[in-house]
Design a protein around this ligand. Structure first.
Ligand code: NAD
Ligand code: TYD
Length: 357
């Protein structure tokens, strides 16, 4: 049996590939364009493993995707490939439209043709799982109930709008063509292999480098954090038992203001790798200009996946964040390698002369 994973060299995709191959003998075809966010070092432990076949390419390349589907006859596709960073989408939305909308459309077209030609048994068993985000639901007020699967779509950033569009396309391919799709909308992930442009890894990396820890606005924006391995187990569970055409929200019941996250990271670093001068890392916190259109609060109601599929997260925030900080301390070479020229250019563009690149 074979699964096609797209975006499997990125943060969540690579964790997914590693977890799957540690638990099953299924072959994984990993299609990834290797943008700045894709990193084959994440998959270095799979070198020589015949169950992992890496293909560099674009999900929007219909001929390439059609050829892979014909050749490998996957029983399922898990679509992680996307441009994923809100701040980058503010600076330049074009690539988000191209990959997240046009790319997903082209992928769906290739999959529709492949699936339509399968024999009845293969057709019935086939699944297309689309990995999406809670950001499509927009921003919550302080006391609003958490997002359920029926919450209205109100995306506010070019990133979330492009993901919302892809979710709608996936839904339409089910309703119109009967394509056997599943969609997951997950909250903010954290864990190993997280690119240090996102909040948690950026704080860990900057703190150790003696750089400022940039907190947008008042730091009271709330995100609902989930350890990446829990997201991966939820995706596997939905793939295994999810009902066709259904949407599953995935979250860790872990709402926290950004400033609390930064304080937690600082406290862990104080314990695990104290500053040479003995001062606390939180002294490096620097309040910077807020993100335009910054969503105030996200929160996931994960009752449906728990009730219907029996899935629950394994990690609490306390256990997950400790593992994460420890992973970054144990993998300085990974961090050094991803801090390429391109990364330095991004930091200069986003933070100007603030946190020095
Ligand atoms: P990421 O940016 O770390 O990785 C994205 C991967 O997709 C990279 O390996 C990149 O090279 C690849 N890619 C980009 N464009 C491509 C294209 N056109 N063709 C093929 N590959 C391409 O992202 P991530 O954080 O791992 O997120 C993965 C998915 O999960 C995304 O769809 C994202 O919207 C969704 N998601 C992310 C989070 C989160 O907190 N990170 C939360 C919920 C949902
Ligand atoms: P991020 O990791 O970019 O995820 P998202 O925007 O998809 O939720 O940011 C998480 C939160 O942290 C978000 O509210 C923005 C904030 N943030 C900062 O305050 N400073 C930073 O340097 C970054 C990257 C994010």
């Amino acid at each position: 049996m074979t699964i096609l994973v797209t975006g499997g060299a990125g943060f969540i995709g690579s964790n997914f590939v590693l977890d799957c191959l540690s638990e099953s003998d299924e072959t994984i075809i990993n299609l990834d364009q290797l943008t700045y966010a894709g990193n084959l070092q994440n998959l270095a432990s799979l070198e020589g493993d015949v169950r992992h076949i890496f293909v560099r390419g674009d999900i929007g390349d219909s001929a390439l995707v059609a050829g892979l589907l014909m050749k490998y006859q996957p029983r399922a596709i898990v679509n992680f490939a996307a441009e994923s960073h809100v701040d980058r989408s503010i600076h330049g939305p074009g690539e988000f439209i191209q990959t997240n909308i046009v790319g997903t459309f082209n992928l769906l077209e290739a999959v529709r043709a492949y699936w339509g030609a399968l024999d009845t048994t293969a057709k019935t068993g086939f699944r297309f799982l689309h990995v999406s985000t809670d950001e499509v639901y927009g921003s919550l007020g302080k006391t609003d109930p958490a997002f359920t699967e029926t919450h209205r779509y109100e995306p506010n950033s070019p990133y979330s709008a492009s993901k919302a569009a892809s979710d709608h396309l996936v839904r339409a391919y089910h309703h119109t063509y009967g394509l056997p799709v599943l969609t997951t909308n997950c909250s903010n992930n954290y864990g190993p292999y997280h690119f240090p442009e996102k909040l948690i890894p950026l704080m860990i990396v900057n703190a150790q480098a003696g750089k400022p820890l940039p907190v947008y606005g008042d730091g009271q924006q709330i995100r609902d954090w989930l350890y990446v391995k829990d997201h991966c187990s939820a995706i596997r569970r939905v793939l295994e038992a999810g009902q066709l055409g259904e949407v599953y929200n995935i979250g860790g019941w872990n709402e926290k203001p950004n400033l609390d996250i930064v304080h937690t990271v600082c406290a862990l670093l104080d314990e695990l790798k104290p500053r040479a001068d003995g001062r606390p890392y939180k002294e490096q916190i620097a309040y910077v200009t807020d993100r335009p259109g910054h969503d105030r609060r996200y929160a996931i109601d994960a009752h449906k996946i728990e009730r219907q599929l029996g899935w629950k997260p394994m990690e609490t925030f306390e256990t997950g964040i400790r593992k994460t900080v420890q992973w970054y301390l144990d993998n300085p070479q990974w961090v050094a390698n991803v801090q390429s020229g391109g990364y330095r250019d991004w930091v200069a563009k986003q933070y100007g002369t603030g946190p020095k690149a």
